[in-house]
Design a protein around this ligand. Structure first.
Ligand SMILES: OC[C@H]1O[C@H](O[C@H]2O[C@H](CO)[C@@H](O)[C@H](O)[C@H]2O)[C@H](O)[C@@H](O)[C@@H]1O
Length: 561
């Protein structure tokens, strides 16, 4: 892969000086700014400017002046845009029985307008002035500091858009991502040049499937399929490992620079290390970002047993993740089904064979019959990592297991795990590491995968649990919305409507995947979900009726007296 060679946005003296001087609260702010002059002009100006300073170290006030002179604030790369396919009464709203939830769903549906972005053509004409990667179709961003398209977020965003009957916007987002595969061979983490050497969980095939299920557009499928296969091959060639006779996937990034958008975090964490250790940790942190779980004790190499561990023990590439392999299995099944739809039986057979191999690999390496779930496999200790994560049930979501009894066992595993004791969602783990992909945070994509998986199991117990978790999640989102008039990227399982926290940046509002998941759950369970407040109002009503009766009785009594 060609490295990101921008001496402004990816490496170089200006990046280092601005970030280490902490001119901005969030390192991502600077690398999202637009250049007011071509990079060579800015680089030369900086060289001359810093030469005049004592010892070449530019004082922060002077540096701020330099930044003001040569950079525009983030966000100037967009044109005003309102999705033309937005309309105010998509059908799914009518299927939501609880009036509070229906009105709230309408507001979430409205949010697509404020989260829609169109990149101006100047980014295409002068890419050297921006870190934003030009993509031709408008798209929906997560929100807050996330001012660009994100790979796996887009799956839940697109599912929400399809419910909102915004098929054209969903189509454009998928075309953008297919275009990125044509350009890079895979989909980058997000639409910025500093993200272009790592990916995120590969959900593009499932996005195409969601779009196909909504439109039945075979022409679209025919054009998308070779690109999806290209992406699949990237993951099989660059992100796989053999364990005995099996091949399984992992996250793995071989670039050892600090992440420009989290520059000072990476510098601080690695400053005491030897060069080799530093390079290794920087690669593992990027693999953590590729997993979408950045960061989590899930990737700490010694994080089993009583020891929580620290971020510097991150060894993401040394795990074969249960959820990534479940996703790859579902991708293989979906690619086989696409070939069947297009009457290419030979290619369908090729992918069905891949599914058989994947199932054998998952069941031999990740499945634990005694515990009844699928666990990440540690390549260093050659053993499974038995901590609780919602991802331990990902094969249920992907329906990638060979016997129905395994699904039922997984339900019992979940019930005994200790993760269901929280009224506001299932936590990301049971460890409080201070990282954002750990306890007490609960994330929308994980809730959705868990609920959707349980709802596919036949037993009444699994179905009831799926509904119960959907009700808890909707209540959490709704309570937070009532309190803050906002949707958050993550929530705290211990507060009734409390946003999540921890990690490298402040909790963000918006929020693309949260909205997509809420709309999907409101659609799936809309006839039975409640906001809880009509229960309050019915008890209030009962109380008022009793008071009225009492007053009536009293007045009759006084009349008689
Ligand atoms: O700036 C730190 C990291 O931020 C992103 O990760 C988080 O937000 C993404 C957008 O919602 C989400 O996809 C990811 O799962 C979150 O952990 C970014 O993706 C990272 O690469 C970046 O280092």
């Amino acid at each position: 892969l060609p490295p990101c060679d921008s001496e402004i946005y990816c490496n170089g003296n200006i990046l280092s000086a601005v970030q280490t001087s902490r001119l901005f609260d969030d390192d991502k702010y600077f690398v999202d700014m637009k250049l007011k002059a071509p990079p060579d002009v800015v680089l030369l100006a900086y060289r001359n400017f810093s030469k005049e300073m004592f010892y070449g170290r530019v004082p922060p006030t002077k540096l701020q002046e330099f930044v003001n002179l040569y950079f525009d604030k983030p966000g100037t790369e967009f044109e005003p845009w309102t999705p033309p396919d937005w309309h105010d009464k998509p059908k799914f709203l009518g299927r939501i029985a609880d009036q509070n939830l229906r009105l709230w769903a309408e507001e979430i549906h409205n949010l697509w307008k404020s989260l829609g972005r169109k990149i101006s053509t100047d980014v295409n004409d002068h890419p050297e002035l921006y870190s934003q990667i030009y993509i031709p179709y408008p798209f929906v961003v997560p929100g807050g500091r996330f001012r660009e398209i994100y790979y796996w977020d887009s799956y839940w965003i697109i599912n929400g858009l399809l419910l909102s009957e915004m098929t054209d916007t969903a189509y454009g987002m998928i075309q953008n991502l297919l275009g990125l595969v044509n350009r890079y061979g895979f989909v980058p983490n997000g639409g910025r040049i500093y993200y272009e050497r790592r990916s995120q969980p590969p959900f593009l095939t499932l996005m195409v499937d969601s779009y196909y299920q909504a439109t039945k557009d075979k022409n679209f499928l025919r054009k998308a399929l070779p690109v999806l296969e290209q992406e699949y091959n990237f993951w099989m060639q660059n992100r796989s490992v053999a364990v005995s006779e099996h091949i399984l996937n992992r996250y793995h990034v071989e670039i050892s620079m600090p992440r420009p958008e989290s520059y000072t975090d990476d510098l601080e964490l690695t400053e005491e290390l030897s060069n080799d250790e530093k390079n290794q940790l920087l690669m593992e942190l990027k693999a953590g970002a590729e997993s979408g779980w950045d960061f989590s004790s899930r990737w700490y190499i010694d994080g089993d047993g009583n020891n929580i561990g620290t971020l510097s023990e991150t060894r993401t590439s040394q795990f074969l993740p249960s959820d990534l392999n479940a996703l790859m299995c579902l991708n293989e099944k979906t690619l086989a089904s696409f070939h069947m739809i297009l009457d290419d039986f030979e290619s369908a057979a090729r992918f069905n064979l891949a599914v058989d191999r994947r199932l054998a690999a998952i069941e031999s390496v990740l499945w634990d019959a005694e515990r009844g779930a699928w666990f990440d496999y540690n390549l260093m200790t050659h053993s499974k990592h038995f901590e609780f994560y919602p991802s331990n049930l990902a094969p249920v979501w992907a329906e990638c297991y060979s016997k129905p009894a395994m699904g039922e066992k997984a339900v019992q595993y979940l019930k005994a795990s200790g993760a269901l004791q929280f009224p506001n969602g299932v936590p990301t783990s049971l460890r409080q590491s201070g990282q954002q992909w750990d306890y007490p945070n609960a994330w929308p994509p994980l809730q959705h995968m868990l609920i959707s998986g349980l709802s596919k199991i036949q037993s009444a117990e699994a179905q009831e649990l799926a509904f119960d978790l959907a009700q808890r999640w909707i209540r959490t989102n709704w309570l937070a919305y009532v309190k803050y008039e906002a949707m958050f990227e993550k929530y705290d399982v211990n507060g009734d409507g409390k946003p999540g926290g921890g990690g490298e940046y402040e909790v963000q509002l918006g929020f693309g995947w949260t909205n997509g998941v809420a709309l999907q759950l409101l659609d799936q369970y809309g006839s039975s979900l409640t906001s809880g407040s009509h229960q309050v109002s019915s008890s209030l009503l009962l109380f008022l009726v009793l008071v009225a009766l009492l007053m009536l009785q009293c007045s009759q009594h006084y009349d008689r007296v």
